[in-house]
Design a protein around this ligand. Structure first.
Ligand SMILES: *Cc1c(COP(=O)(O)O)cnc(C)c1O
Length: 472
């Protein structure tokens, strides 16, 4: 085959730029990006010519050059960060962004974000205001704290608390609480990074009040309690509760800081779960500062919330780290919105997505699984079974609790479960599933009611992709 004539027939960039369809692309995407895409398209054509065995292949590639350029441009403008369907059943899936925000809050956020705001402006007095003012009173009302503030996440909140109260001094922690939360958050390193010295007391399984008292020196600045979050010590064990530290804390004038992790504000027993100490209880029992996440059991945006005695919170507000850890306007807006819901705890449970999911009854999940099964039946591509399943809350919360869920188990007729799971991650709305034996499980606990159809669409799309390129 005479390939040179084809190489010569490749259009020049300048010539392409004169074409009407390309001119339209220039208007939409700008000259520079279009030229870049044309070059990429032309280079693809050259590769086709080089590898082609038939003239038809080459002609097709030259003919589809303009659509190809358009496709390249569209891809350049596609957001890589995108919504996915969480079919794992894990409500606080850290890799999937933990707590989702409600549609009502997201809508309100759009309004707030697309213009200026009173983020740090006091409308009453017409002068500079405080970024925490929008939610500080609310948090105090809900938790009974004297003062509150928020930073980017709970890891930052712990660092800020320690740095503000114990820099260059000693922090006493039980060995049973020197935990690693994940994502490199290890209590000993966090204490060090905050500029404090760790004093370990007790043993892995047992720590007593006397251990705290014996470790106190003139260098001691904070008694730190850490929620064990993602693990438990069971059996021959003892840990010291915050209220047991009352006496020595007063005797030595030391603040007790508690890293509560999830920071739940409601009683979880209502969902049939074990009791998880609430922020309010921790404060009542005598913690002087409590830190917790915004996007775990609070169900809000990523944030680290600090509540407690005013004298300590004031110190944190003045710490230079506060500037480095400060929340942005999205977080400030969403925190206020979520906290407004907590003014009525029952309503909050109805309106905050993680609690909507947690509240869903098994019959409801089963109904949804059946509906999905019906939507998928015409595909005749799977063996399907509606089945009971369990999952964890996630986000390091409630490690011993299993949520009782219902899911749809799919065993593809012609493919491996692995191939299907992979294909589902590449669809327009990707689906994250649990792989089980030779199939996949779609757990309904975390699939919102209005996502059922989209989920079915993604499954169709995944199958089509696999049919077109079965080797993937
Ligand atoms: C999750 C957790 C953290 C980290 O919180 P982030 O908001 O993810 O930074 C710290 N401490 C405890 C006890 C936790 O459970």
């Amino acid at each position: 085959m005479e390939k040179n004539k084809y190489y010569r027939s490749i259009p020049k960039v300048d010539v392409l730029l004169e074409e009407e369809s390309i001119k339209k692309l220039v208007q939409e995407y700008g000259h520079g990006l279009v030229v870049k895409s044309i070059r990429q398209g032309l280079s693809q054509v050259r590769q086709v010519i080089e590898a082609a065995h038939t003239e038809r292949q080459i002609e097709e590639s030259i003919q589809s050059l303009v659509p190809e350029i358009k496709k390249i441009l569209e891809q350049m403008h596609t957001c890589h960060f995108q919504p996915v369907i969480n079919a794992t059943g894990t409500i606080l899936h850290t890799n999937l962004g933990r707590a989702p925000i409600s549609q009502a809050h997201a809508k309100r956020l759009t309004e707030v974000l697309s213009g200026y705001t009173n983020l740090e402006y006091n409308l009453e007095e017409g002068k500079r205001g405080e970024r925490y003012s929008h939610f500080e009173k609310l948090i105090c009302q809900i938790t009974g704290a004297e003062a509150a503030m928020a930073v980017n996440n709970n890891a930052a909140a712990v660092m800020l608390a320690l740095s503000s109260l114990a820099k260059d001094r000693e922090v006493i922690v039980s060995r049973g609480e020197l935990v690693e939360i994940g994502g490199k958050f290890r209590i000993p390193q966090v204490i060090e990074a905050s500029g404090c010295r760790l004093v370990e007391i007790g043993t892995t399984n047992k720590t007593h009040v006397e251990d705290y008292e014996e470790a106190i020196t003139s260098e001691t600045a904070v008694l730190l309690k850490v929620h064990k979050s993602n693990y438990r010590i069971v059996g021959f064990s003892h840990s010291v509760a915050v209220e047991e530290l009352q006496e020595i804390k007063e005797k030595y004038h030391l603040p007790v800081v508690e890293d509560l992790g999830s920071g739940v504000l409601v009683n979880l027993e209502q969902f049939g779960l074990e009791h998880e100490p609430t922020v309010c209880e921790s404060l009542q029992k005598g913690a002087d500062v409590v830190t917790f996440s915004g996007d775990k059991l609070l169900g809000g945006p990523q944030a680290g919330i600090l509540v407690g005695k005013k004298e300590y919170i004031d110190k944190m507000k003045k710490n230079p780290l506060t500037r480095a850890f400060r929340i942005d306007k999205c977080t400030a807006a969403l925190l206020e919105m979520v906290l407004l819901e907590y003014q009525d705890k029952e309503k909050a449970m109805e309106r905050i997505p993680i609690y909507q999911m947690l509240s869903r009854k098994k019959e409801e999940l089963a109904g949804q699984a059946e509906r999905l099964k019906e939507l998928l039946a015409p595909l005749q591509a799977f063996e399907m079974k509606v089945t009971d399943s369990t999952s964890q809350m996630g986000g390091g919360s409630l490690p011993l609790e299993e949520l009782e869920n219902v899911g749809l188990f799919l065993k593809p007729v012609k493919l491996s479960g692995d191939a299907l799971a992979k294909a589902l991650r590449r669809t327009r709305v990707p689906v994250i599933v649990r792989q089980m034996e030779d199939g996949i499980l779609l757990d309904m606990r975390t699939v919102m009611e209005n996502q059922t159809e989209t989920l079915a669409e993604s499954l169709k799309e995944g199958l089509m992709q696999l049919a077109a390129a079965p080797e993937v």
